[in-house]
Design a binder for this molecule. Structure first.
Ligand SMILES: NC(=O)c1ccc[n+]([C@@H]2O[C@H](COP(=O)([O-])OP(=O)(O)OC[C@H]3O[C@@H](n4cnc5c(N)ncnc54)[C@H](O)[C@@H]3O)[C@@H](O)[C@H]2O)c1
Ligand SMILES: [Fe+2]
Length: 388
């Protein structure tokens, strides 16, 4: 049997109303004063109320950090860490999307009293030294899967999206409460849902660390996500669809935490960094074109043929070549079907920007090494041109 390594968040609670148990769980972790990391919309919508009430009921002092913005910028994270440190917090909780959870993860390692490192020294794989403060994450999007990944994505001063990838960033608890996602607007449901699908697809076709567990999780994630995404977008109050999306995004997160994502993400990041295109939408815009490029590799084509019928059941009995080309068309149609933009032009990119995007995507070496087919500057430029 091929050897492999698999890690994930050690404790998971999936239950309606489970954010109301966060106070007790933080007490069990020995915390008395926690930073509560979220964004202002989440607070306004009341999605954090049950968690905040439970922390107060447990006698825990809460310091709220609610100025998280999408694609967390380095400066925002540094300021949040300084606030948390000066308050003397001993634990971190986040109820929010990937941006809030990623920020919370970094606060948990950077706001330790004995912090030996600066954020700059943590970028890359396994660069974080020492431990972290107790950490609980509850996602409100479905999603990034950040609650079960060892990853935080940061937007640097130069608009580059960089990752901190270290096992310390797995939280103590992932809390899944699908009720929190009921009010997620259709366009955010669609974009974040496609992000989750891309996590599963890229994990299944990743070049080096693919294994039986990541494969099983990716397949089951695609089953749940593919079966629920239309309903979650059109009938947002459907609890079964919301629950399937949240579970699917977590399973996809578990898969790609161990079998890392590749060129779809590498080409999506510059769109987020430079044009502030939401992460899921930027993935959706380049996805069919990267698939078309990768399909030229025989192994990738056969792997795509294994998973495409899970998302598009009508492809079940077709040949591999038919499945691959129909899958590409299926993804070209899916975005607009779900009401999403489908070209780079629609998000403000023009022809002259493409060389800069292609150049920037080449910096994502951490991801590109996982792509089933070697990605060059010229190939990236051709993909952006096709996506324009
Ligand atoms: N750590 C990881 O493993 C990982 C994986 C993929 C992406 N990411 C990163 O995560 C970030 C994207 O996270 P995201 O897609 O979850 O979005 P997000 O956290 O940026 O939130 C997007 C918007 O949706 C709103 N929102 C969130 N939940 C809501 C709800 N239930 N109801 C109404 N509005 C809600 C937020 O207020 C925000 O305005 C990016 O920075 C991306 O790079 C991280
Ligand atoms: Fe992603």
């Amino acid at each position: 049997m091929k050897s492999f390594k698999f890690q994930t968040t050690s404790s998971i609670l999936s239950e309606v109303g489970s954010t109301g148990k966060i106070g007790q769980l933080m007490t069990d972790l020995g915390c008395q004063k926690v930073a509560f990391v979220t964004d202002s919309l989440i607070l306004e919508l009341g999605l954090a109320t049950a968690a905040l009430d439970s922390l107060k009921a447990a006698g825990i002092t809460v310091y709220i950090i609610d100025d998280v913005v999408a694609d967390p910028p380095e400066a925002m994270i540094r300021a949040a860490v300084e606030q948390a440190k000066s308050e003397g917090i001993d634990g971190v909780v986040s109820v929010g999307g990937g941006s809030s959870m990623d920020t919370a993860k970094l606060i948990s390692v950077l706001a330790r009293p004995d912090r030996p490192q600066d954020l700059d020294e943590m970028y890359g794989v396994d660069m974080v030294k020492g431990g972290r403060l107790p950490l609980i994450l509850a996602p409100t999007t479905a999603g990034t899967g950040s609650e079960v990944t060892p990853i935080s994505i940061v937007t640097t001063r130069t608009s580059e999206k960089k990752g901190v990838v270290s096992a310390q960033l797995y939280p103590d608890w992932a809390i899944l409460d699908a009720e929190l996602t009921i009010g997620l607007p259709a366009h955010v449901t669609a974009a974040t849902g496609i992000d989750a699908m891309v996590h599963a697809i890229e994990a299944y076709t990743t070049k080096h660390a693919k294994n039986i567990l990541s494969d099983t999780l990716a397949r089951q994630a695609l089953q749940l996500l593919g079966g629920a995404i239309h309903k979650a977008c059109t009938q947002g109050e459907d609890r079964e669809a919301r629950s399937d999306m949240l579970l699917g995004s977590m399973l996809a997160g578990m898969a790609f935490a161990n079998a890392p994502v590749a060129a779809v993400h590498a080409l999506a990041y510059p769109l987020g960094g430079h044009f502030h295109v939401p992460h899921g939408l930027s993935n959706a815009l380049v996805l069919p074109h990267v698939l078309e490029f990768n399909m030229e590799d025989d192994l990738a084509a056969s792997q795509y043929s294994e998973i495409a019928p899970i998302i598009f059941p009508e492809l079940k009995d077709k040949s591999n070549a038919e499945i691959c080309s129909s899958m590409v068309q299926g993804f070209k149609d899916l975005g607009p079907d779900l009401g999403m933009k489908s070209t780079l032009r629609e998000v403000g990119v023009n022809h002259n920007d493409l060389p800069m995007l292609a150049e920037d995507s080449m910096k994502q070496t951490r991801l590109l090494v996982n792509n089933p087919r070697e990605m060059t500057y010229d190939a990236a430029l051709a993909i952006y041109t096709a996506a324009l």
